[in-house]
Design a protein around this ligand. Sequence first.
Ligand code: ATP
Length: 237
Amino acid sequence: ELITATDGFAEARKVGEGGFGRVYRADALPSLPRVACGFAVKTALVGVGAQGLAELQSEVRTLSAACHPSLLPLLGACLAPARACLVYPLCRGGSLEDRLYRTPAALQRLRMLGFETPPPPLSSAARLRVLRDAASALHYLHTLSPMTLHCDVSAGNILLDERGNGYLADVGLARAAEATAGSSGQVSHLSTQRIFGKPGYIDQIILNDNQASQLTDGFALGITLLVSLTGRGAVGL
Ligand SMILES: Nc1ncnc2c1ncn2[C@@H]1O[C@H](COP(=O)(O)OP(=O)(O)OP(=O)(O)O)[C@@H](O)[C@H]1O
């Protein structure tokens, strides 16, 4: 069904690509209730193997236990190792990153989402609204029990619908933090051997001590805010 709906994962249906996955537009999926915006089908890149599949499985775990109006919901999943796919609502407004930078590749992706002509630049008020929505979804993840860290907040992982609402997406790196007693009371953190996040969005604490906490996400959200308000890249901001 997913192969048919994406015309065999055709290039002409590709609306985005990340480190581990590609995202394709699908208009109808008979097994799922119809949604007006259409569907986005994310599939692990062929060749990324276990890590790509692990990220998709992690997204299923996190999103099955979470529900917030500004957290992009999971509508369906197929975890067949040969072609694992996750299905989301299609965010027809594109990513915040694409709407900010408006590079030729970004404008091409926005065309694929239905913009016949490039959309006008987002106003400051529209940027702040999208960021407020993403911040409320991030706060929600942080208040889950156990606390869940997103670990990959960036302008590329915040998506817009056609009305300009923002959604926090791509929870493939999200992890539950462990609560430990610190000098200032209960501290929730995650010890990790792996540095995650996008260049420019990663804070020094995780780089120096391999410790992620809600501050890691907060730092990345702060960089996203600066990127959004200045229109500059995250690296060397
Ligand atoms: N639901 C959606 N609707 C519209 N476009 C989407 C949707 N999901 C993802 N995209 C597009 O695809 C791009 C890549 O998606 P995503 O970030 O989820 O992939 P990834 O491989 O997990 O990336 P990352 O490098 O962040 O790990 C996004 O930046 C966005 O442009």
